[in-house]
Design a binder for this molecule. Structure first.
Ligand SMILES: N[C@@H](CCC(=O)N[C@@H](CS)C(=O)NCC(=O)O)C(=O)O
Length: 208
């Protein structure tokens, strides 16, 4: 079997989700810690985004496609359900995670809190405007997690791995943490899944 290469900086929530999947399945891989728009990323992703994957002759972009490829190609436990309804629910929660949770926690809150014009300072209006939307996402996820602690059925799936880094990264910021802390099923979800070896083994070094 050729080497599985995951391309993308370990600080990326989506790179971490893919690494969580590899760890949970015990799939060996090498991480190439490239930033978005690096030449080796642009060679695969038409918009220069991470993560990307190389595996022999296979090159892929978009995290859900990468997750599907890994889950189907390698042995070990399955994290993308095959039965019709669980499979659809997994798609549903991955899509919601990407469209709403990633947007409001990562793109509209975390990213503008980290990357900004030093002369101007962070765009606090944009960051504060994300907070009610984050609250809405948290309400939705909290309800979904209430019965089993997982988004799909009573098992860990890629839907959980997709949103976990969004939530755990958001919780590093007091204003976001204050929202998430109001939702007990989210608090329990983060506590339980961040204690797993898959999470601790994939911790990025602090940003330089
Ligand atoms: N839909 C993409 C989103 C990937 C994404 O947003 N990656 C971020 C890093 S977490 C990125 O590359 N951002 C740089 C950019 O969008 O230009 C996926 O699921 O892989």
């Amino acid at each position: 079997m050729p080497n599985l290469e995951i391309i993308g900086t370990p600080h990326s929530n989506y790179v971490r989700s893919i690494r969580l999947l590899c760890e949970e399945k015990s799939v060996p891989y090498t991480l190439t810690p490239s930033r978005p728009h690096a030449p080796e990323v642009n060679a695969i992703h038409p918009a220069g985004q991470i993560p990307c994957l190389r595996h022999g002759d296979v090159a892929l972009f978009e995290s859900k496609a990468i997750a599907t490829y890994i889950d189907k190609t390698f042995p070990g436990p399955k994290f993308l359900p095959e039965a019709t309804l669980p499979a659809a629910l997994c798609e549903q929660w991955v899509s919601y995670g990407n469209a709403k949770v990633d947007r409001w926690i990562m793109r509209e809150f975390v990213v503008p809190s980290i990357f900004f014009d030093k002369a101007k300072g962070p765009d606090t209006a944009k960051i504060e405007a994300a907070l009610p939307e984050i609250d809405q996402c948290a309400r939705v996820l909290n309800n979904a997690l209430a019965t089993t602690g997982h988004l799909v059925g009573n098992q860990l799936t890629y839907a959980d791995m997709n949103v976990l880094p969004m939530l755990s990264i958001g919780a590093l910021y007091p204003a976001c943490k204050a929202i998430l802390d109001q939702y007990p099923h989210i608090t329990a979800f983060i506590a339980k899944l961040t204690a797993r070896p898959s999470y601790t083994n994939t911790a990025p070094l602090p940003r330089a």
